[in-house]
Design a protein around this ligand. Structure first.
Ligand code: PLP
Length: 423
């Protein structure tokens, strides 16, 4: 079915661990071997054998405007003619920071990084440096990149401290990570009652997208805000996935919650490596060279990446109707899924342009629910749709990413694919 991809995968496995540069791409979760991509345009990916797919990965979010989007391509091409990297400050970085602080006005100051991982890692360091408190709360099933303190799994009880979730992460690196259940405010409150004087931050995905899509329940984010205010902790909204996707100002704007620090990634780079973290000036002022918290990056604010980010954010800012359009497209996808699977068979969670399906019925509001779902059935659906020319994220634990390039023909292909699914 995918002969050239298989050849490439076998070859890659010899000299790249697992054949991939990020584990989810290897299809370990859904089984089988990954389809290698040769090119992409608009809503479609083309694989190494020349077959095309409707793309619901969209580079895990960044390609919200579709592949080879003209303004982004032109911006990158223009920058190529003036140099690819200087390691010195540029006006483009100021322009990028202006766009972010305008679109997310609760961000007074922002620093650019090259990935979401770096943004989250740095945001935590800033929060700890600012408050002088080392413990922080993270939610089971939320993902904040692969820095050591975030790579945890819950111990025996949820209120025990976290244990490393990866080999190579020493216990010392996670001893200050407290795990709570998503959408469980009582759980968070109990952490504060016990360790309040030592908790410097809560980090949270305002709409969880790394255990499928799980929206926050009414009052959850507001409750986190109140607890942070009461205990003088910093509220870090990890908007790496939701930022510039759910609204120009991300989930904070859409859901009306005010973070102290926000992290960005994915859409902010329009497909090039960009991340950012920012927040109140008073907090950001602890960063070197102004303050004692060290953070740096040889390629941070790289001119090519920044050009792509500026073009993407500018387009989104000037065409805000895109958001309702992508939401409508995603609502149509929701309708197609609901037409094919009954409430008893599957839960379809959606907020804006984030959507996922968890088989098994019953509500999915936290990590436990997500792991209890019938994920084998998702895997069968994944492979069926792949054959039908639809590339879903290869894991039941990922949100689908919808782009503005998805059209009626793409939706029709999805509809036919769902209809012929026998699983
Ligand atoms: C993708 C993601 C990250 C990590 O970003 P990378 O660019 O992959 O390092 C962090 N937080 C969330 C919520 C993400 O979805």
């Amino acid at each position: 079915m995918y002969p050239q991809s298989q050849v490439l995968f076998e070859r890659s496995k010899r000299i790249i661990p697992g054949g991939v540069n990020s584990p989810v791409r290897a299809f370990s979760s859904v089984g089988g071997s990954p389809v290698f991509i040769q090119s992409a345009k608009g809503s479609r990916l083309v694989d190494a054998d020349g077959r095309d797919y409707v793309d619901f990965i969209n580079s895990w979010g960044p390609m919200i405007l579709g592949h080879q989007f003209d303004p982004v391509i032109h911006a990158v091409q223009n920058q190529l003619s003036t140099g690819v990297s200087y390691g010195c400050p540029t006006e483009a970085e100021y322009t990028m920071a202006s766009l972010i602080t305008e679109m997310a006005p609760w961000v007074d100051q922002v620093r650019l990084t090259s990935s979401g991982t770096e943004a989250c890692m740095s945001a935590l360091r800033v929060a700890r440096g600012y408050t002088g408190k080392n413990k922080f709360i993270k939610f089971a099933g939320n993902y904040h990149g692969h820095a050591d303190p975030f790579l945890v799994k819950a111990g025996s009880g949820l209120l025990t401290f976290a244990v490393p979730g990866s080999a190579g992460v020493p216990e010392g690196a996670t001893q200050d990570t407290l795990i709570a259940e998503y959408n469980n405010l009582e759980n968070v409150r109990r952490h504060f009652e016990r360790d309040g004087s030592q908790i410097g931050a809560i980090i949270v995905e305002p709409v969880a997208g790394n255990m499928g899509c799980i929206p926050p329940q009414e009052g959850f984010l507001e409750g986190l805000r109140e607890l942070c205010d009461y205990y003088s902790a910093v509220l870090i909204l990890d908007e790496v996935m939701t930022g510039f996707r759910l609204a120009p100002g991300g989930a904070a704007e859409r859901l009306g919650v005010k973070p102290d620090i926000t992290t960005f990634g994915k859409v902010i780079g329009g497909g090039l490596p960009v991340g950012a973290f920012g927040g109140k000036a008073e907090i950001m002022n602890v960063l070197a060279p102004n303050g004692p918290v060290y953070q740096a990056g040889t390629l941070s604010g790289n001119p090519i990446a920044t050009a792509s980010g500026i073009a993407t954010l500018t387009y989104l800012k000037n065409n805000p109707e895109i958001y309702s359009k992508i939401d409508t497209t995603t609502a149509k996808i929701e309708d197609l899924l609901k037409a094919r699977f009954s409430k008893k068979e599957a839960v379809i969670n959606r907020l804006g342009s984030m959507i996922s399906i968890h088989f098994g019925g019953g509500q999915v509001i936290n990590y436990n629910d997500a792991t209890n779902a019938e994920n084998d059935r998702f895997n069968a659906l994944f492979h069926h749709l792949l054959k039908a020319g639809i590339y879903l994220p290869p894991s039941a634990f990922e949100s689908w990413f919808v782009s503005n390039a998805i059209n009626d023909e793409d939706l029709f292909r999805l509809e036919s694919g769902l209809e012929s699914f026998k699983g």
